[in-house]
Design a protein around this ligand. Structure first.
Ligand code: ATP
Length: 232
């Protein structure tokens, strides 16, 4: 199942990123390339800069220096409107907390990004329901996130991120709230997205067991990418 190193041009390129929060350095010369169709795990000790690197790659955080380019375009040269359009149309996000709209049902949460993208109501509902089924959370489709368990809500959030078939999926500890079986299900869905739609999946994880599903692991230490390894 392992994918060989991609020889095409990288989809995302981060070069020499430096970022501090006040006196605290978060990134100190981080460089990384991300290829279409791969699942890349960012590993490393707590506070090493993994989330900050993910946020810079996604255009959520602007680095103090260094560049991020997406599909050959410098993100810093884009307007805020262009960057948010990019996040809405080409990127999908899974974060650990607070991502579902509490007033909507779980199904409506997954339907929403499709409706925003102009997909008709019935088709959107069909696709959303299909994904909830694949993640085995169809039984909470008509419940609000507050009535679902943490792990169920997390899988609904994964469905919401994948449903528009984004070109890049950014996930910060996406399996943190899940038991090992459900963590595995989520990773299989990420792998399927990478293989079936050519999406790049960039995920931050502490868990070696989860990183073992990736194609490549990059180890971040003290704000820099220190090692990269293709899984065997
Ligand atoms: N918004 C922020 N404001 C202030 N400091 C921040 C902010 N975000 C990150 N930091 C600091 O930057 C450093 C890197 O944080 P980051 O969250 O990127 O690391 P991480 O490797 O993802 O950590 P963890 O594994 O614990 O989530 C840490 O010292 C952190 O406290």
């Amino acid at each position: 199942m392992r994918r060989h190193p991609n020889l095409g041009p990288p989809l995302l390129v981060a070069e020499n990123l430096v970022k501090s929060f006040g006196p605290t350095p978060a990134l100190d010369g981080a460089s990384l390339q991300v290829y279409a169709g791969e699942v890349l795990a960012l590993m490393g000790p707590s506070g090493s800069g993994k989330s900050t690197l993910l946020h810079c790659l996604a255009g959520i955080v602007t680095p103090d220096s260094g560049t991020v380019s997406y599909d050959g375009r410098d993100m810093a040269a884009m307007s805020d409107a262009q960057r948010s359009a990019l996040r809405r149309t080409e990127f999908g996000f899974v974060f650990q907390f607070g991502q579902l709209v509490p007033e909507l049902t779980c199904l409506e949460n997954v339907v929403l990004p499709l409706r925003l993208a102009g997909v008709r109501r019935r088709e959107a509902a069909r696709r959303a329901a299909g994904l909830l089924e694949r993640l085995e959370v169809a039984d909470v489709a008509d419940k609000r996130p507050g009535q679902a368990s943490g792990g169920q809500g997390q899988r609904v959030a994964v469905a919401r991120a994948l449903v528009t078939r984004p070109r890049v999926i950014f996930a910060d500890e996406p399996t943190g709230a899940l038991d090992s079986l459900n963590g595995e299900r989520v990773m299989h869905l990420f792998i399927a997205a990478a293989r079936e739609t050519g999406a790049a999946v960039v995920l931050v994880t502490h868990e070696a067991r989860i990183a073992a599903y990736s194609d490549r692991e990059a180890v971040i230490r003290d704000g820099r990418v220190r090692e990269q390894e293709y899984a065997r």
